[in-house]
Design a protein around this ligand. Structure first.
Ligand SMILES: [Zn+2]
Length: 241
């Protein structure tokens, strides 16, 4: 990464809190270095409660995602699909072509295509497959086609299952910010205890610490480049330093 070049970074997660779990430290690091970060959320997260109605929890989760993004000065893009029912089809692909055009990113970060949850792997697939088309003028969407195809990296899965990182970003310096971002999603504390018996901050901490253990840092986040043509040519677009 050139020291003075300001990047546009588009991170895309299926649910409000996925980005914080997996790459909160990396996004905080980009933001600290003055890069423009966009945090896009595919679904409204409206099943994420055992007690509140869909409308109530969706509204709360939007506010939580907004405060999390504000923590690092990122721009929130609320895409608005129904939680648990996001599919890979022509409509969703066109929608994500447009979202990528809107953010005009140098680099896109999204779910690995073998993560556990359909909303996660469908988001990963749709974003992966939309990427090249963002630069194709004859595919018309609201925003103008990109001049350059953005680079794409996949980030870690929930609990790191089915994911072998190729590269690691040291997030020791931004770990507290990551924790603060994830803590914005207060509504998920009770929900994740109810459904997965998971203490969410601790879960995130163990995984970030484990990726650190693998890479010789205290805390780290793992990534894989897209393996298909056109291949990633510049791994240094990730904030290693
Ligand atoms: Zn999720």
């Amino acid at each position: 990464m050139h020291e003075n070049a300001k990047l546009r970074v588009l991170a895309i997660g299926a649910h409000p809190d996925d980005l914080e779990f997996q790459i909160g430290g990396t996004l905080a690091k980009y933001a600290e270095r003055g890069h423009q970060v966009f945090m896009a959320v595919t679904t409204n997260g409206e099943v994420g409660s055992s007690t509140l109605s869909r409308e109530e929890i969706a509204r709360i989760r939007y506010e939580e995602a907004k405060s999390s993004a504000e923590t690092i000065g990122a721009e929130l893009i609320w895409v608005g699909y129904n939680d648990e029912f996001f599919f890979d089809n022509e409509e969703s692909r066109r929608r994500f072509i447009d979202i990528i055009r809107l953010a005009e990113p140098d680099v896109v970060l999204t779910h690995w295509v073998e993560d556990y949850h359909p909303d996660h792997f469908n988001t990963g697939k749709v974003v992966r497959d939309a990427r090249i088309m963002t630069a194709v003028p004859n595919i018309v969407t609201e925003h103008v086609p990109l001049k350059k195809i953005p680079q794409l990296f996949f980030y870690d899965t929930v609990a790191g299952i089915n994911f072998v990182p190729e590269v690691y970003v040291n997030v020791t310096g931004t770990f507290e910010t990551k924790k603060k971002m994830l803590s914005c999603h207060k509504s998920q504390d009770a929900w994740l205890r109810d459904i997965y018996d998971m203490t969410y901050i601790e879960f995130m901490e163990v995984q970030t610490r484990f990726r650190g253990l693998q890479s010789g840092f205290k805390y780290a986040e793992g990534f894989r480049a897209l393996e298909t043509y056109p291949r990633i040519s510049n791994y240094n677009i990730l904030p290693f330093e």
